[in-house]
Write a protein that binds this ligand. Structure first.
Ligand code: TXA
Ligand code: MG
Length: 348
């Protein structure tokens, strides 16, 4: 199959492009669509065959559920059944963080097909801030089920070029709106009641909406901690596999305060946080790439993380990637989560 790439500038009138993409989805086809986090591989969420094709094209196991994308928060009400006691919290989170990089796992209505949710009684919902994903969802008039547009377990794509490398030849269309502004997948939250029966959220995946931002809004329960009655009713996320977001080459996390001892005959590439890391001063690297070339900004590092990992993976001189550990605060938590999974051995 030939993959067409269509450039789209959300600052211009894109209705024609949205219509064309929606027409492909309508017929059960797949379209790669940009969001502010990463590019998604979109299908009509209500078309089970199209969704099955998403799993096939990505080689994604069927137990890993998909996120549905909506043009606005109101549209979500037709597809979910939020218990009364959680509705005020859901409304508060929606008001604060939508449109934006937050996904809420909510009890679903039967209209959402089992294949989307891997049979779970909940559906993951997101209203992205990227005009293109919302525009296509609006044109389709139905939610768009979209995982990240990469082969399963690989590095997530933050540009149309990366999508082309991952899925070129397997899908008919990629909408190219340039690089993603966040660069990390959405924060996934499951609203639930805590042990005292108060509304809280369980953080299922760290992302651009940080713990610090959430704490001002509601209590954040750690995964696995303080099982609640609501959790028993709504099983936790599958799909958060230990090994994920992985380059093809081995990746090792390194504390930048400790000297690195290279093995003879191995060519190492180094990913640093800032431009002037002490590790970079060692002379054992065939390539060095900083995540934040300036003064060390987590937001800059987040935007570049997947692109830099991909560049290291594609560098033929590099055999093993060494990645500096990042400060675990704010966005650093989500980045360390991705780096740890990238470092985990395949199959774990
Ligand atoms: O930023 C993002 O979230 C991107 C863009 C495209 O929106 N999408 C994305 O999708 O990262 P994906 O498929 O790579 O990750 C989806 C994850 C699953 O692996 C699972 O952990 C969680 O969302 N998930 C989906 N449905 C769930 C459910 N019903 N309950 C718990 N977790 C769920
Ligand atoms: Mg993914």
């Amino acid at each position: 199959m030939q993959t067409r790439v269509m450039e789209v500038d959300p600052l211009e009138d894109c209705r024609k492009v949205y219509k064309e993409a929606a027409a492909i989805l309508e017929e059960g086809g797949l379209v790669a669509i940009p969001t502010e986090t990463v590019y998604g591989l979109g299908a009509d969420a209500l078309n089970t065959e199209a969704v099955a094709n998403v799993f096939a094209v990505k080689a994604r196991p069927s137990f890993d559920p998909l996120i549905c994308h909506f043009p606005n928060g109101k549209a979500i009400k037709d597809y979910t059944d939020v218990p009364e006691e959680l509705q005020p919290l859901v409304d508060k989170l929606a008001k604060e963080f939508w449109p934006g990089p937050m996904t809420l796992v909510l009890p679903r209505k039967p209209i959402i097909p089992d294949i989307v949710t891997s049979g779970l009684p909940t559906v993951a919902c997101r209203v992205p801030s990227h005009e293109v994903m919302r525009g296509v969802a609006r044109a389709l008039g139905r939610p768009i089920a979209a995982p990240s547009a990469n082969r399963f377990g690989h590095i997530s794509p933050t540009s149309a070029g990366a999508v082309m490398k991952e899925l070129g030849g397997s899908i008919p269309l990629i909408l190219d709106a340039g690089a993603c502004s966040e660069g990390l997948e959405s924060t996934i939250l499951m609203p639930c009641l805590d042990e005292k029966g108060k509304p809280a959220v369980r953080l299922l995946r760290e992302g651009p909406i940080t713990r610090e931002k959430l704490r001002g809004i509601c209590r954040v329960l750690k995964p696995g901690k303080g099982k609640t009655a609501a959790d028993e009713a709504l099983p936790n996320a599958p799909g958060q596999l230990k090994s994920h977001y992985a380059p093809c080459k081995p990746l090792i996390l390194w504390n930048p305060k400790e000297e690195f001892t290279p093995e003879d005959g191995v060519a190492y590439g180094l990913i640093t946080y800032e431009g002037d890391s002490p590790l970079a001063a060692q002379d054992c690297w065939v390539e060095t790439m900083p995540l934040s070339p300036g003064s060390g900004r987590l937001a800059e590092a987040a935007v570049r993380l997947f692109a830099v990992m991909r560049a290291m993976d594609e560098n033929e001189e590099v055999q093993v990637i060494i990645a500096e550990e990042l400060p675990e605060m704010g966005l650093g938590c989500a980045m360390m989560d991705r780096l740890r999974r990238a470092a985990a051995k395949r199959g774990e």
